[in-house]
Design a binder for this molecule. Structure first.
Ligand SMILES: [Cu+2]
Length: 204
């Protein structure tokens, strides 16, 4: 019987060569860094900041309008034009509204006018008084051509009872309430005579 002895030769180990191949440098991917943190920084800070700035710009655009309390001015037309001694005694109210597009909406509700006055004038004048005819002046505008004309639509038409109610819209160039406050509104007769006068005041 052959006794097989296990060959346990310690020198026979051929795995003795240790592979010291860990010299390869850890590679740093410098060329295309993914930078995930920077990207989220954009999303978290820059984008909301951008939205905030846009929001503030939009808000600022609407702020001046909110700052002006009133966009309407009213005039009581009960006073006779200074120096007018005729027998027409108009009364009533004018309401001017200053629209965002730079237009003035001019609404009137008048009584005591000449009956059946056709395309009779009613205007905002330069003057800021109804006490002195010399100071009421001409029409109040800054655009090239006078808009306070029948062509411009600045008229009223009264009925058989001498009443007139309606409105027209025009552009005078003075499109804010502030610019118009204190100015005189004048209602004219069919022949252009200045009949009544009222000062534009802020609507309460
Ligand atoms: Cu006039």
């Amino acid at each position: 019987m052959t006794d097989y002895k296990q060959n346990q030769d310690p020198n026979s180990s051929s795995d003795d060569v240790e592979v010291e191949d860990q010299h390869s440098m850890p590679s740093y991917p410098d060329e295309n860094p993914p930078r995930p943190k920077n990207k989220s920084l954009w999303m978290v800070i820059i984008v909301p900041m951008f939205v905030l700035v846009i929001g503030m710009i939009v808000a600022a655009k609407f702020m001046p309008q909110a700052e002006v309390k009133t966009k309407k001015a009213v005039a009581s037309m009960n006073e006779r034009y200074p120096g007018y001694t005729g027998d027409i005694s108009p009364s009533g109210t004018v309401i001017t509204t200053f629209l965002p597009q730079g237009n003035i909406q001019f609404a009137y509700d008048l009584q005591g006018l000449e009956p059946n006055c056709v395309d009779c004038g009613i205007h905002i004048h330069e003057g800021t008084t109804c006490d002195d005819a010399e100071e009421v002046g001409g029409h109040y505008y800054s655009v090239g051509e006078d808009p306070w004309t029948s062509m411009g639509g600045a008229v009223y038409n009264s009925d058989a009872n001498g009443e007139a109610a309606g409105s027209f819209t025009l552009k005078s160039g003075y499109d804010t309430c502030k610019e118009n406050l204190g100015h005189a509104v004048v209602a004219h007769s069919q022949n252009g005579t200045r009949l009544s006068c009222g000062i534009l005041t802020a609507e309460s």
